[in-house]
Design a protein around this ligand. Structure first.
Ligand SMILES: *Cc1c(COP(=O)(O)O)cnc(C)c1O
Length: 404
C-alpha cells in the first residue's frame, strides 16, 4: 500500500456548492467570495478579510499596502517557503534572513536582534554596501505552531517594525501567554495583516487561494483595490444591482482576486476546519505515542499554550544514531510506500539568496545543520489508521535496520 504525503479532504457539500456556482451564471469574484470573506473573518476573529488567489498574493498586497519600497529591509525567517521572501523582492526591498529556533523552527528573535545590529553597523552581507532601513518583520508559524506574539510585538515595537504574519500553516491556530490568559486566534489582531493559504495541501483548500485578514480598514481597502487592477470598485459591484459601470483606475494594481468557484469550496472547507484540525491533532498524538520511544528520531514539540493547526509533522533524524543520511532515509521511506517531504531547505541555502545577498551557512548556526535532519511525515484528515500504522512500522523498521 502507498501512503500519500497528503490527500485533500473534499466532501459532497464542497462539490455541490461548486456545481451551484457553475449553474449560477457567476463564476469569478462575486457573492460566494463575499460570503467566504465574511465567514473567514468571523472564524479567525478579524475585522476585514480580502480573498485572493494565493497566500503569496496576500503577502504581496500586505507589504504593498504597508508601503514597502526600495532601500528598506524586512526580517524574514530563513526557515520558510519561497513566498515569504520573494514578495519583499517584488517591492525592490531586501529580506534580512533570520535563523530559527531549534525545536519549533520558528523565527529566533535573538538572532533577529543580531541581524538588525549587523545591518545597522553596516556589516550585513545582505546590504552589499547599500544603506537599508529595517521597517518590518514577517514571522511564519511553522507547521501551524504559533510564535509567542507578545515577544514578537515587543521586538517589533523596540525596532519600530510592522508585523505581517505568514499564517499559511496556521488556520485554525491560537496561542496564549499562559494558562491564565485567554486564547487569541491567529488573525485575531495578531498582526497588522495575517496571510492564510488555501493551496491544495494546506489545512483548508480552495485548490489555489489565500486570504489577507486585518483590523485596519485602510489597509483592507488598499489591498482590495490592488487585488483587482487598482480599480475603484470590483466587477461584482459594477454588474450587480446598484453598481455603477464607470470605474476608475487609481493605481497600477494586480490580478489577485479569488473566483467564486474557489470560494464555493472554501465555504464548506471552513465549516469543517476545526473538525479536520481535531483529526490531525489525534493523528499527531498517535504518532507521538507510537514513535516516542524511537531513539533515532526526535518528534515535534507540543507546547501547552498553543492550539496547533498540525499542518505538518516534521521529525528530526538523530544522524549520529543512524548509519544513513536524510537523503537515504527518504529514499527508503518512498521505497516502502511512504510519501514524505522536507520543510524546508532554508532560503540561505538556495542559489538566489546565497549568490545575490552573500548569505553563508555560518550565519545560520541552527537552521544550517537542522535542515539536513528534517523529514515531514504524512498527516492529513481522512488518513486511515492502517495508513498511519504503515508509516509507524516503516519508520521504526528503518531506524532499527540503520541504527549506528
Ligand atoms: C504554502 C506557503 C505559502 C504560499 O502559499 P500559496 O497559497 O501557495 O501562495 C507561503 N508561506 C508558507 C510558509 C507556505 O507554506
Amino acid at each position: 500500500m502507498n501512503v500519500p504525503f497528503f490527500r485533500p479532504s473534499i466532501a459532497e457539500a464542497e462539490i455541490a456548492e461548486v456545481v451551484n456556482c457553475l449553474r449560477s451564471g457567476w463564476l469569478t469574484s462575486g457573492p460566494t467570495t463575499k460570503r467566504f470573506e465574511t465567514a473567514f473573518a468571523q472564524a479567525v476573529g478579524g475585522k476585514h478579510a480580502v480573498a485572493v488567489n494565493s497566500c503569496t498574493a496576500a503577502l504581496h498586497l500586505a507589504v504593498e499596502a504597508l508601503g514597502l519600497t526600495r532601500g528598506q529591509a524586512v526580517l524574514v525567517p530563513t526557515m520558510t517557503f519561497a513566498a515569504t521572501a520573494e514578495i519583499v523582492r517584488y517591492q525592490g526591498a531586501v529580506p534580512i534572513l533570520v535563523d530559527c529556533d531549534r525545536l519549533t523552527f520558528n523565527m529566533d528573535l535573538r538572532d533577529a536582534q543580531r541581524k538588525i545590529e549587523r545591518l545597522e553597523s553596516g556589516q550585513s552581507s545582505a546590504a552589499r554596501g547599500e544603506p537599508l532601513k529595517p521597517v518590518g518583520m514577517i514571522p511564519v508559524h511553522v507547521g501551524g505552531l504559533m510564535m509567542d506574539m507578545i515577544a514578537v510585538h515587543a521586538f517589533a515595537k523596540r525596532h519600530n517594525l510592522w508585523v505581517i504574519e505568514d499564517a499559511a500553516h496556521a488556520f485554525p491556530a491560537a496561542w496564549r501567554a499562559s494558562a491564565t490568559q485567554p486564547w487569541q486566534r491567529c488573525g485575531e489582531g495578531t498582526a497588522a495583516v495575517s496571510c492564510f493559504s488555501f493551496y491544495a495541501n494546506k489545512t483548508i483548500t480552495t485548490g489555489e487561494g489565500g486570504m489577507a485578514v486585518t483590523d485596519d480598514s485602510s489597509l483592507a481597502d488598499r489591498m482590495r483595490t490592488m487585488s483587482l487592477h487598482g480599480l475603484s470598485h470590483d466587477a461584482w459591484g459594477r454588474y450587480s444591482g446598484g453598481g455603477s459601470w464607470d470605474y476608475r483606475i487609481v493605481d497600477a494594481g494586480y490580478k489577485y482576486n479569488l473566483t467564486d468557484i474557489a470560494s464555493a469550496i472554501g465555504i464548506h472547507q471552513l465549516e469543517r476546519a476545526e473538525a479536520m484540525r481535531v483529526e490531525r491533532e489525534a493523528i499527531a498524538k498517535a504518532y507521538g505515542e507510537e514513535l516516542g520511544d524511537v531513539r533515532q528520531i526526535e518528534l515535534p514539540v507540543t507546547p501547552a499554550d498553543r492550539i496547533h493547526a498540525w499542518h505538518l509533522f516534521p521529525i528530526r533524524l538523530r544522524l549520529e544514531k543512524l548509519s544513513i543520511d536524510r537523503g537515504e532515509f527518504i529514499t527508503q521511506l518512498k521505497a516502502a510506500g511512504v510519501g514524505c517531504s522536507v520543510h524546508w531547505r532554508p532560503l540561505h541555502l538556495h542559489p538566489y539568496y546565497a549568490e545575490r545577498f552573500g548569505w553563508t551557512s555560518e550565519e545560520f548556526p541552527t537552521a544550517s545543520p537542522l535542515w539536513e535532519r528534517l523529514v515531514s511525515l504524512p498527516l492529513f484528515p481522512g488518513m486511515h489508521a492502517s495508513e498511519r500504522a504503515q508509516v509507524v512500522r516503516v519508520v521504526r523498521d528503518l531506524c532499527v535496520r540503520h541504527r549506528a
